[in-house]
Design a protein around this ligand. Sequence first.
Ligand code: NZQ
Ligand code: ZN
Length: 392
Amino acid sequence: MFDFNYYTPTKVVFGKNSESKVAELIKEFGGKKILIHYGGGSVVRSGLLKRVTDILDIAGLEYVILGGAVPNPHLGLVYEGIEICKKEKVDFLLALGGGSAIDSAKAIGYGVFNEGEVWDFYDYKRQAKGCLPLGVILTIAATGSEMSDSSVITKEEGLIKRGYSSDFGRPKFAVLNPELTMTLPDYQTSCGCTDIMMHTMERYFTNGGNMEITDSIAEGLLRTVKKNALILHKDPSDYDARAEVMWAGSLSHNGLTGCGNDGGDWMTHKLEHELGGLYDVAHGAGLAAIWGSWARYVYKDCLARFKKFALNVMEVKDCGSDEEIALAGIEAMEEFYRSIEMPTNLRELGVKPTDEELVLMAKKCAVGVGGEMGSAKVLNEEAMLAIYRASM
Ligand code: NZQ
Ligand code: ZN
């Protein structure tokens, strides 16, 4: 087991109608002039934006509004947000939506707080010295960005999708009302459940320093999301299932399921980020499409963990060799993806890269991780390409 720091400063306000507390939360964290940032318009259609602006009006809080964060959010809009914040003297950011709106808001916050080019942080050139304070009203359980230190942005020029992690980017508060997720298309609900599970699985499949308590939390979280994803696939309006998944999403990426291990593998995410950057696929679906090929490529180097996963999460029968059990676990996971209509390869994801494009993705991925990366197995560019090819 490894030493660790566990830092989760985000105040969570969970439950029905919790967004009604948004004005008092902003005031608690010192906000006076707010940029409300959202995505493509679901919060307009659901009436959430109107409800929030009404609450701010009554509370006497000033605000400006910027929508338009696309899935796999773009740097161009980040620049626009930075300019608005500077011009309007914004001192607090409020993201309404999912990972894309939240991550875009985090990037705006870095750009306002720090002098110079904001992309530098995503390009590993320097570290941020701070970020404007940010609050979140979450509308999709998926990325965990509402409590995480990460922000993932795509630079349009070269379609480069990169993440930046800093504790400064952790939101001050997260309003989690499961009811707000009920308007999600089924596909997005499934993508979200996949992403939530992956955030724990990335931390689980390691070759370093695992802790029994962390494993128990991780396995419990995975079983819970798996069960409730199936419930939501049949009945999207099940409040309790929405709530279980929503809380799991935050816990899956706030660091809890990584305490005591070596930081995790993260290669499925890195491989997916190239897909998201180039083909604009939904993040969760991209992860599902890659995971099986990644797992089959690495499982022999991390056999004990794959066996444990098969037995304790996928409920595979404890018979046969370790390898057979591990493989049965991978197959059961893919079967689960299929049962919630997630893809298990690139064809099912709906993209058809040429071999040259696979080579390019592997190259960009290797550059993005500084050459090689992974904990279940360290992967270099050649290995990344082999996994992309196997996922066709
Ligand atoms: O844009 P709107 O109109 O809001 O529609 C969104 C979008 O089309 C829609 N949606 C969200 N809530 C809804 C809703 N539609 C109806 N009703 C609702 N209640 O769902 C679509 C997806 O939204 P988006 O925010 O893009 O999804 P997600 O939360 O999965 O975020 C994905 C982005 O986050 C990054 C991903 O790479 C991707 O760019 N990630 C961020 C992480 C982090 N910051 O910690 C970690 C993750 O691993 C991930 O990489
Ligand atoms: Zn993710």
